[in-house]
Ligand binder design. Structure first.
Ligand SMILES: Cc1ncc(COP(=O)(O)O)c(C=O)c1O
Length: 336
């Protein structure tokens, strides 16, 4: 972690107590609107439309072995999403890459996670984005552990959300905007059901959901994409159903599956096909790859059923996850 140095220097004993130099701390350094600053001082305006309206976009990116995993694809998505919401980031792609490397270095991150946030910037209290003259850019480099290690080994239990995914015509989930309430409220269903059922074992906790489109097709999790495996073949929903086109999803689909000789197909499927699958897993930059062993259903937090997919992580998911780990722990972590 970064330490903060004081220009007072090493004059211990010569200054009154209040003027002593700060002891070096482990405080994280955050990039905010053109400046690197300690976490305790990092802030944005209360008039920023990112805060007032969730008007902005973001990326969550893994750092493996000091390399920024799939950096170029994350940059493609960030700038494409900016175009889709008519947001001028005001920082070039090259500069954005430099900011991320600087944050990774300043915080001594070898294996961690970057959160890049671009807000509409400071404006007036009205919705009009054109009254925000300059986008805000925030970069955080930190560590992350989304789920307990036991869950990766045994597979996790997830909940079928009652709440459907925002339809593509309302707000296209392919745009990674700061509006995550649809996903948060779905995830809260799982957390509340976990509490309702009195689940205490870490590996049994309900922390993720499967969300359906308004016409009942499987879309994705609250923060990850979904794959099912049936008779040795791998399936994932197409982006038209209303999902974020995950970069980990693409890595699994276009690189890992072919490496293992697995056939992959994008197709629409129902929750019954999930129940009937041999294996199910989720992918995401934060979640990485994690098996789903059970799907619980509920009606307004009344538990209505449990569908067992597999006893633990299935063999194909395990082979894919092993390959995944092999690549991200190698000296050759791909940035493109
Ligand atoms: C809703 C949603 N779907 C899928 C993903 C996975 O995307 P990626 O693999 O690019 O992290 C995320 C990641 O943040 C997400 O928020």
């Amino acid at each position: 972690m970064a330490s903060i140095t004081s220009d007072i220097g090493n004059q211990s004993g010569t200054l009154p107590k209040a003027a002593q130099p700060d002891a070096p701390t482990q405080e994280p350094m955050i990039w905010v609107n053109g400046q690197m600053m300690p976490k305790s001082q990092a802030s944005v305006s209360v008039f920023d439309h990112g805060l007032l309206y969730g008007d902005g976009i973001f990326e969550g990116i893994r750092v493996y072995n000091g390399k920024i995993f799939k950096l170029q694809q994350h940059m493609d998505r960030l700038y494409e999403c900016a175009d889709k919401i008519f947001l001028d980031i005001g920082v070039s792609r090259e500069e954005m890459i430099k900011i991320q490397r600087q944050c990774v270095q300043a915080n001594n991150i070898t294996n961690g996670y970057i959160r890049l946030v671009v807000t509409r910037g400071e404006g007036s209290l009205g919705l009009n984005p054109y009254q925000c003259p300059k986008a805000g850019v925030i970069c955080i480099a930190d560590t992350i552990a989304l789920f307990k290690p036991e869950m990766y080994e045994k597979g996790m239990r997830v909940v079928l959300a009652n709440r459907p995914k925002t339809p593509i015509e309302c707000l296209d989930p392919r745009v990674k905007t700061l509006n995550y309430l649809n996903n948060i409220m779905a995830k809260v269903e799982a957390i509340h059901l976990s509490k309702e059922l009195g689940i205490t074992k870490p590996e049994d906790q309900l922390l993720e959901v499967i969300m359906l489109s308004t016409d009942g097709k499987v879309s994705e999790g609250s923060g990850d994409n979904i794959f099912i495996i049936k008779d040795g073949k791998v399936f994932t929903p197409p982006s038209e159903v209303g999902i974020l086109e995950g970069i980990t999803r693409r890595f699994v689909k276009d690189e890992l599956c072919p490496m293992l000789g697995l056939e992959v197909e994008e197709k629409l499927f129902t929750i019954d096909e999930v129940y009937d699958a041999d294996e199910v897993f989720l992918t995401g930059s934060a979640a990485e790859m994690i098996a789903v062993r059970e799907v619980l259903t509920h009606d307004n937090l009344k538990h209505t059923g449990t569908h067992t997919i597999s006893e633990g992580e299935g063999p194909i998911t395990n082979a894919l996850r092993t390959k995944f780990r092999e690549i991200v722990t190698s000296d050759d972590v791909p940035e493109d």
